[in-house]
Write a protein that binds this ligand. Structure first.
Ligand SMILES: Nc1ncnc2c1ncn2[C@@H]1O[C@H](COP(=O)(O)OP(=O)(O)OP(=O)(O)O)[C@@H](O)[C@H]1O
Length: 305
């Protein structure tokens, strides 16, 4: 769906903001760009929708180089969500969500149908908020409108720059949950920028860990934790390692080491299994032993005490 090949960018005479970045994201996948401040995440994202022009390298959407696409085609193919929603204050919610479909010439009825559908999906009551202005909404509601706007024209590619970063923790959790459950995401490639490690693990099918403009490792959450490519990757997760490992590892993976069989779906994470055991006051020591044994067999170990 989207492919970057050896992309580079430097600003003025500074050192490279992005060096030799290559990756591919398919339909139904969420790639998270993770890294410290200044590691080149936003620059990478903005080169995809040509808000920043690469110095060299190629970017393809559905096999077509983006430098040969008209702005209209690019707009049709990419939705963009920003940290501070970027809504137009003098447009109503309906007008904000309908901007791209209007530009693309959709008829009014179709725009209204799509707008109300997306609002319902994102738990914004259309009869109450359709004609409200952004300043009449809470931060979480504004961010939901920003998300609906990015999805309005049903683009195959969704770019998200710290989309939940400005929300308080409780609102962030609920907007994220709605985002994860969106039916519309199943047929989209999503690239999401964050510096929040937990968020990367919650939302990423794969994670691209960047430092100083360079990809340090790109892989599944499990690969980054259990087979880090270098000491930077390993150190990056150290202070949250145990929790991340429990969340990244599926129960299925540790089942061969369980002394007492667990009658839970193997597709849930070890963390979710522990939560269920705690809720039902079930002894979880066999699961923790199996987890330790899995880790001893697969790379580095972590003290559980
Ligand atoms: N328009 C610009 N002009 C000059 N330098 C820029 C510009 N945009 C980004 N940079 C520089 O490029 C480097 C990468 O910045 P970028 O915003 O991509 O990093 P980031 O990983 O997204 O950081 P953050 O998490 O803080 O947003 C930084 O050194 C930054 O100062």
């Amino acid at each position: 769906m989207i492919r970057l090949e050896h992309v580079n960018k430097s600003f003025q005479q500074g050192k490279p903001a992005v060096s030799d970045i290559s990756f591919e994201v398919s339909k139904g996948e969420t790639l998270v760009l993770l890294g410290t401040s200044g590691s080149g995440k936003t620059t990478t994202l903005r080169m995809i929708n040509r808000l920043v022009i690469p110095d060299s390298g190629l970017i393809f959407i559905n096999g077509q180089p983006t430098d040969q696409l008209s702005p209209e085609i690019l707009r049709r193919n990419t939705g963009y969500v920003l940290q501070h929603n970027g809504l137009f204050p003098h447009y109503t919610v309906a007008e904000n969500i309908g901007i791209v479909p209007s530009l693309l010439g959709w008829d009014k009825q179709k725009i209204l149908q799509r707008t109300t559908y997306l609002m319902e999906q994102l738990h914004l009551n259309p009869s109450r908020y359709l004609h409200s202005y952004p300043q009449e909404l809470s931060g979480g509601q504004q961010q939901r409108v920003g998300l609906a706007r990015a999805l309005a024209a049903d683009p195959p590619l969704l770019l998200m720059d710290e989309p939940f970063g400005a929300l308080d923790p409780i609102t962030r959790a609920s907007v994220k949950k709605e985002f994860r459950l969106l039916e519309d995401l199943k047929n989209k490639a999503v690239i999401l920028v964050t510096h929040d490690v937990q968020e990367a693990f919650e939302l990423g099918t794969r994670i691209c860990l960047m430092d100083q403009g360079v990809i340090q490792q790109l892989g599944t959450p499990e690969e980054l934790l259990f087979t880090p490519a270098n000491s930077f990757v390993s150190r990056f997760f150290d202070n949250q390692r145990l929790l991340l490992e429990l969340k990244a590892l599926k129960l299925e993976a540790v089942k061969p080491w369980l002394e007492i069989p667990v009658s839970m779906d193997g597709g849930i994470s070890c963390w979710e299994a522990l939560e269920k055991m705690t809720a039902t006051q079930t002894d979880s020591s066999s699961l923790m032993r199996a987890f330790t044994l899995y880790k001893q067999t697969h790379g580095r170990t972590t003290e559980l005490s």
